[in-house]
Design a protein around this ligand. Structure first.
Ligand SMILES: O=C(O)C1=C[C@@H](OP(=O)(O)O)[C@@H](O)[C@H](O)C1
Ligand SMILES: C=C(OP(=O)(O)O)C(=O)O
Length: 434
């Protein structure tokens, strides 16, 4: 993927059908949890994004055999915790926070030593939210900043079940602690301030694990085994979000997005766009295993500003950059609150989106935990920067489609982290790129 892409705008209406690539969160879990079963997990619709491939390569270093049997088709030969091998070199998670945090939860319950690192962005991201509760369960973890920053060294061993109260609604924290809990003595409980995505719980139940639940509080008893079952990965609503916004804000557009995961812990973007006046229809509602799926038809619409915050935020956390673009061209003001988590993603997404959309003519004020966006901007092309953040790069390319003139987006090499076909899909839909 080239580092820099130029877009000529404004784009004519976008029309057509798109198969949305596999869900990143579910793809990670299919291989990571698949490796913990004692059978063969057949996966279809796996996302070949760089982040998920980092999960695959770390597992292979731990002796897990993962075969590619076709496009998006993998066979994971599970080894159970006992069958995992001490990696003979450092595990590199690349740009993937999900790989690092879920692997920490798994490694805590092994009987060997591992070292985990990643790229410059990963080495800045907070890991104390996972390492501290794992240490409380008995894991021995060391790293920079008193074990809060990667590289991290972890010596697996005997764990004891604990009660954890997470300060953030984070599926990565919740998943790591539940996984460690499966290897701990007794009961492990995790409570989060709001519900985060629940793919781990759904997949663990599919693999035969019993999980207790009362509202935002979950618990597992240690010593449970995972049984292999096939996993069909739905399309990623976080990837569909770019098309939902593009088709809404480019006049005369109509896009049919196939096979999109519509798990209610992920559909905040649909609720908010619909509240803004977007024309989105859900069709052919069905299930892929335990995950709900639908096709989405989106057509251009006049959008209006909204105010969002609270429990909605974890349901659309990764979509906020592209939502900010929709808000910038909508009528009226949008206020986004309670989204300070965006400051500790691949980039500081609150700072990045307000700075870069402002360069295109948007009026955005950054708050410590959100954004105030004055809508009605007439965007004009400029040079913009993605900070090596895949979601920033894709948002800015869509912004370039509505801006008048040339928008030059740098940092596009990050796009394959979550959406390897994004640029070719844009071209197929007629976007003027070079
Ligand atoms: O568990 C997951 O697959 C993810 C959880 C979210 O992160 P947090 O757990 O840090 O909220 C999300 O932003 C990330 O893209 C993927
Ligand atoms: C934050 C993201 O992923 P991760 O935390 O896995 O790096 C993302 O994909 O937007």
């Amino acid at each position: 993927m080239v580092e820099q892409i130029r877009v000529q705008g404004p784009s004519a209406g976008m029309k057509g059908e798109l198969m949305i690539p596999g869900d990143k969160s579910i793809s990670h879990r299919a291989v990571l949890l698949g490796a913990l079963t004692e059978g063969t997990v057949e996966i279809s619709g796996f996302l070949p994004g760089a982040d998920c491939l980092s999960s695959v390569s770390c597992l292979r270093q731990m002796g897990v055999e993962i075969e590619e049997t076709g496009p998006g088709a993998l066979k994971v030969h599970g080894r159970g915790w006992q069958g995992l091998k001490e990696p003979s070199d450092v595990l590199d998670v690349g740009n993937s926070g999900t790989t690092m945090r879920l692997l920490l939860g798994i490694l805590a319950g092994t009987d060997f030593f591992s070292v985990l690192t990643g790229d410059a962005s990963i080495r800045r991201r907070p890991m104390g939210r996972v390492t501290e509760p794992l240490q409380k369960m008995g894991a021995r973890i060391q790293g920079r900043s008193q074990g809060k920053l990667a590289p991290l060294a972890i010596q697996g061993g005997k764990l004891v079940g604990c009660q954890h109260l997470s300060a953030v609604a984070s599926a990565q924290v919740k998943s790591a602690l539940l996984l460690a809990g499966l290897r701990a003595e007794g009961k492990t409980e995790v409570q989060e301030p709001a519900v985060s995505r629940d793919h781990t719980e759904r997949m663990l139940r599919t693999f035969g694990v019993e999980i207790g639940q009362e509202g935002n509080r979950l618990w597992v008893e240690g010593g449970q085994k995972l049984q292999a079952a096939p996993v069909q990965v739905p399309g990623d609503i976080s990837s569909a979000a770019f098309w939902l916004v593009a088709a809404s804000i480019i006049p005369n557009s109509s896009l049919y997005l196939k096979q999109v995961g519509v798990n209610p812990t992920r559909t905040g973007i649909l609720d908010v766009l619909q509240a803004m006046g977007a024309r989105i229809q859900l069709m052919n509602y069905r299930r892929f295993g335990d995950e709900p799926v639908a096709d989405l038809l989106v057509e251009s619409a006049e959008l209006q500003g909204v105010e969002i915050g609270g429990e909605l935020i974890p349901r659309l956390i990764d979509e906020i950059p592209v939502l900010a673009l929709a808000a910038a061209v909508a009528r009226g003001r949008t206020i986004i609150r309670d989204a300070a988590e965006l400051r500790v993603k691949e980039s500081d997404r609150l700072a990045a989106i307000s700075r870069e959309l402002s360069k295109l003519g948007a009026t955005i004020e950054e708050m410590p935990d959100g954004l105030i966006i004055e809508g009605g901007a007439k965007l004009v092309g400029a040079r913009v920067e993605s900070y090596h953040d895949h979601r920033m790069a894709m948002t800015l390319l869509i912004a370039g489609l509505v801006a008048h003139g040339t928008t030059t987006v740098s940092g596009c090499e990050a796009i394959p982290v979550s959406y390897p076909d994004f640029v070719s899909s844009l071209q197929r839909l007629g976007a003027n790129l070079d």
